[in-house]
Write a protein that binds this ligand. Structure first.
Ligand code: OXD
Ligand code: MN
Length: 599
């Protein structure tokens, strides 16, 4: 195979590649240059092998559909490890294994695991190349599907090696689908290993990632959850910055004043929808900077600056429609990789919740399917991988290497009861408490999460690369450093349901009404009501112009149900108790204050 990459002289990289080649024994080694020619060639190869399907070039130019193995459809949290010398450093919310033991097990699996396959080396930058906030990683993988997805999700190839130079450092990310081929053996369309052989392992002390056995999403595209969240969060703690599971957006008011918002919601709670919001209120404009991850450093002026380390969106497809997220629908009109969607009769894709019904086609498992089949045509965690620059509302500053200054943090989750539409934290510490206690109802983004309500602090439960209690302490300390320049913190719940089970708040573009109140709050222009939960708007404080919503519904959305909150306290206490002596004193103080306010 030819490529145009100049050979790197980086000693650490050359030594690592040769070590992995010796261990994994691939048939060939290929350095990725990140070019379009490379992308097209690998796609052609996957089309020829039957792994990919090309979609209709008129309807969906330069786009492809893949179907994963039915056992390999989401992140596997039970098989994800934070491997530190001391168990306590991983903390009670992470799976832990001793690094030596885990490496021994995994070396056994990696030994010869790339037989019959090509080993691809992908140099990538998370963040605009050369940004003071960006980091370089190199992923070694035996999956061409991973290579093409990484082309979209990160900045890949020669330009990264140029920045790395002879002595530059990088984060080694090793990935194998865990399916060596015997001489003459026919490959399957989605090679992967059985669940008990899957390992998504992180060694934060060595800043290294080893992933084995899965080819799907966050298990395999190692720049995303593994590097940009788990490893980066641990580096960020060490270096005094923040790596968060947050979208970033810019809101501009009718006078032209810009506000930057970073918001953390658990997986599948509408982060991509909010990032691509189209305000329904006159004169307000929203632009997207990122939909999943935010890296933030304190700038010279003492404010917190954020970049989106990714270059693409790996979005949940089902439920995405012109009604729920027209900007996402326009983003994916071309140059997009789809995984586990329905292939329609006219060679396009479809999923549950799309605008028009589907007559039928081939479902995500590869079987003939019609809406009458009685099963979902697309998997609930079907995804699109699409370039961020294609989003019609992408912000002109989305690749600004210095980032954008954050004014507002939002936390939230999917709660059908108890949690009101919006509240504002009384202080930074109160905001950290709100982030730490956020909880959400189940999602399809992880294979093994079944419980109905789970506490998902800062939406980082599956993504924090060290002890969650130390992470909370880090948040408190960042607040001390930021002082009065710290962003203001809010908590939202778009998902409250009526007694008839209907969503009470319209959501989507109308969420701009809530964001407007937040912007006015930080300008001291909107009044508020002091409640046990924080500052909350009165009905008159929300811009409800041209919105068909009854006064009683709004009152209900803004109601503080003290008794329900008192019932939540034991659950929060029990949750905090898991962290033992590590629980920051400032967190305990916040719990006490909430209890006092509830009376
Ligand atoms: C994601 C997730 O894929 O959070 O973004 O699961
Ligand atoms: Mn996410």
């Amino acid at each position: 195979m030819q490529n145009t990459l100049e050979k790197t002289e980086n000693k650490k990289l050359l030594a690592w590649v040769s070590e992995i080649e010796t261990m994994c024994k691939p048939n060939a080694v290929y350095w990725c240059d990140g070019s379009k020619e490379e992308y097209d060639r690998l796609m052609k190869q996957m089309l020829d092998s039957g792994m990919a399907t090309k979609l209709d070039s008129q309807k969906r130019p330069n786009s492809y559909l893949f179907r994963s193995h039915p056992s390999d459809v989401a992140r596997v949290e039970d098989r994800t490890y934070i491997s530190t010398k001391n168990k306590e450093d991983a903390g009670p919310t992470n799976n832990w294994k001793d690094p030596q033991e885990l490496k021994e097990t995994m070396k056994g699996l990696y030994n010869g695991c790339m037989k019959g396959r090509t080993m691809y080396i992908i140099p990538f930058s998370m963040g605009p190349i050369g940004s003071p906030i960006a980091k370089i990683g190199v992923e070694i993988t035996d999956s061409p599907y991973v290579v093409v997805n990484m082309h979209i999700m990160a900045r890949v190839g020669q330009k990264v090696l140029n920045v790395l130079g002879k002595d530059g450092d990088f984060i080694p990310c090793l990935h194998s689908v865990g399916a060596p081929l015997k001489e003459g053996q026919q490959d399957s369309n989605w090679p992967c290993a059985p669940i008990e052989q899957k390992y998504i392992s992180h060694f934060p002390e060595e800043k290294t990632i080893w992933s084995y056995g899965s080819g799907y999403g966050g298990n395999a595209l190692l720049g995303k959850k593994c590097l940009a969240l788990r490893i980066a969060s641990s580096i960020a703690k060490e270096e005094g910055w923040m790596a968060e599971h947050m979208l970033i957006l810019r809101l501009t008011n009718p006078q032209g004043k810009k506000y930057h918002i970073a918001a953390a919601f658990p997986s599948a709670c509408g982060k991509t929808n909010l990032a691509m919001l189209q305000p329904t209120i006159e004169g307000w404009k929203c632009e997207c900077i990122g939909d999943d991850i935010s890296w933030m450093k304190i700038g010279q002026d003492g404010r917190l600056y954020a970049i989106n380390p990714e270059a693409g969106f790996f979005g949940v497809a089902p439920g995405t429609s012109y009604k729920s997220n027209p900007m996402a629908m326009d983003t994916i009109r071309e140059n997009t990789i789809f995984t586990n969607c329905v292939l329609t009769k006219d060679n396009d894709i479809w999923w549950e919740g799309m605008d028009n019904p589907c007559e039928g086609g081939i479902d995500w498992k590869g079987n003939p399917w019609t809406p009458e089949s009685g099963t979902d045509g697309a998997h609930a965690n079907a995804r699109f991988t699409t370039p961020a620059k294609q989003c019609p509302t992408i912000c002109s500053d989305w690749e600004n290497p210095n980032g954008v200054p954050i004014d507002i943090f939002i936390f939230g989750g999917r709660r059908s009861s108890v949690v009101p539409l919006v509240s504002q934290a009384y202080s930074w510490d109160h905001g950290v408490f709100l982030g730490a206690t956020s909880a959400s109802e189940a999602t399809a983004a992880a294979l093994d999460v079944k419980s109905k309500l789970r506490r998902d602090p800062f939406a980082m439960l599956p993504f924090c690369g060290y002890n969650m209690a130390d992470y909370w302490q880090h948040w408190f300390e960042m607040g001390d450093k930021l002082g009065d320049k710290a962003p203001k913190v809010f908590y939202v719940n778009w998902f409250r349901k009526s007694s008839e089970g209907k969503f009470m708040w319209p959501g989507f573009g109308d969420n701009s009404r809530v964001l407007k109140w937040m912007c006015e709050r930080i300008e001291n222009k909107a009044s508020s009501n002091e409640t046990p939960l924080g500052y909350m708007p009165l009905v008159k404080d929300l811009d409800l112009s041209n919105l068909d919503i009854s006064e009683s519904t709004i009152n209900e959305l803004l109601k503080v149900d003290k008794e329900a909150w008192k019932n939540e306290l034991p659950d929060i206490e029990e949750y905090f108790a898991k962290f033992g002596d590590k629980l920051p004193a400032r967190m305990k103080a916040q719990l006490k204050e909430l209890r006092n306010r509830l009376g």
